[in-house]
Design a protein around this ligand. Structure first.
Ligand SMILES: [Zn+2]
Length: 410
């Protein structure tokens, strides 16, 4: 395990090429680590994301997440540590990024932030024109015995058909739905398995009274049930389609993947920890607040919950290639927006107004990786303080890292 909480790190620091030995221990020790991780996640979210990314790399061998922010883009050049004064944060330069919103907690957080900002802006633009935005949620019934891929396929096929058939087109026309943005999301519960659902923003050319919103919900629900039945799937009339008026904050809701509320996540992880104490085994009960997210499954896997690791792996391969956010055709043009950036493009984007703080040659970079210290390095560099950064490198025995002397930045 790499990128672990500092109190779990094996000392002394590792040298280049050394691998960390696997952490093995009793259930009691695992439980302690689990709680440690929850605290770590809350206090040091950047380092925690790197820790989760390392776990994803471990579970998903051969996927691009395994190279993300580890391998250099230009193998002949060093790894750069850059500081962006505008946000007072540090980031790496000359490293590959994977852009995998489903598999990579580091890229997912960056992508979600960008998508959320963009979505928030367009909701404001639309509402500024005197129109309204509604938030719909489409779900279907599922059981603990069903595979993730079966629930996902059932949902995706049904949702496409919903809009393609005559009745779907009529709903769109009758209620003046000019376009949609749909977000794909899942949680997992012990009782009912994969709860995969779509959050969909309806951009309505007008404002519907409350009775109109309810009428639209009822029509959508009826139509959704009919479409689902063609695929031998089912949703009840209340839960299949939910619909409400959306405000600007709704972008947070639709594009939040990888940006879980930390306090809530910690609470969920603690609940799962209690389950460990009771059962001494894999997942045995649902959390207090509904299902756990994939990133929370990954956190559990990091703490050696093998059941959670298998679930994360199942999810990751099923969701691979699916778009997280999808804009209906013509909507971006209608809103006067430029072409959408891909997940990979967003993940690879660098802050142009960043200054170079330090450069690490390959051997030094390997020591950072062997110690799982990428997150800690960024934390040490976050304020742009070269003395602090130097002290961090020295703590790992890296005496000769090139550090930009104060006053040399451009
Ligand atoms: Zn990545």
């Amino acid at each position: 395990m790499t990128d672990s909480p500092s109190n779990l790190k094996i000392s002394p620091p590792k040298t280049a090429g050394e691998e960390l030995s696997p952490l093995l221990g009793s259930t009691c020790e695992i439980t302690r680590r689990f709680t440690d991780f929850a605290d770590f996640w809350q206090k040091e979210p950047v380092s925690a994301r790197f820790a989760l990314q390392s776990q994803s790399r471990h579970l998903l061998a051969g996927q691009r997440v395994g190279n993300c922010l580890r391998l250099r883009t230009d193998r002949t050049a060093p790894v750069d540590v850059l500081h962006a004064p505008a946000v007072n944060k540090a980031h790496f330069g000359n490293l590959q990024t994977c852009g995998s919103v489903w598999m990579c907690p580091v890229c997912a957080a960056k992508i979600a932030t960008r998508r959320r900002e963009e979505l928030g802006e367009v909701v404001s633009i639309w509402q500024g024109r005197g129109y309204s935005v509604l938030l719909a949620t489409f779900t279907l019934q599922h059981t603990i015995d069903e595979l993730c891929i079966d629930v996902l396929n059932g949902l995706c096929k049904s949702f496409s058909e919903f809009w393609e058939c005559r009745r779907g087109r009529k709903i769109k026309k009758d209620y003046r739905i000019a376009g949609r943005v749909r977000g794909l999301e899942t949680t997992y519960t012990r009782e009912n398995g994969w709860h995969i659902h779509f959050h969909v923003l309806f951009f309505v050319q007008g404002v519907l009274p409350a009775s109109g919103v309810e009428r639209l919900r009822s029509e959508c629900s009826e139509h959704w049930q009919a479409v689902l039945s063609l695929h031998n799937r089912y949703a009840d009339s209340i839960h299949g389609v939910d619909l409400k008026d959306a405000n600007r904050d709704i972008a947070e809701y639709v594009a939040k993947h990888g940006e879980e509320d930390m306090a809530e996540a910690v609470e969920k992880i603690r609940t799962w920890t209690e389950a460990h104490e009771v059962t001494m085994g894999p997942i045995k009960r649902q959390t207090k607040r509904g299902g756990v997210t994939p990133m929370q499954l990954l956190a559990m896997a990091l703490c050696e919950d093998e059941g959670a690791g298998r679930l994360f792996t199942e999810y990751a391969y099923c969701f691979k290639g699916k778009s997280h956010l999808h804009w209906s055709k013509g909507l971006r043009k209608l809103l006067g927006m430029s072409a959408e950036l891909s997940d990979e493009e967003i993940a690879a984007r660098q802050d142009e107004k960043a200054c170079l703080l330090a450069r690490l040659e390959n051997r030094d970079w390997k020591i950072i990786l062997a110690n799982g210290a990428r997150g800690e390095l960024l934390a040490a560099a976050a304020g742009g303080d070269t003395a602090k950064l130097k002290a961090f490198f020295l703590s790992l025995g890296l005496e000769f890292v090139w550090i930009n002397a104060p006053g040399q930045e451009d």
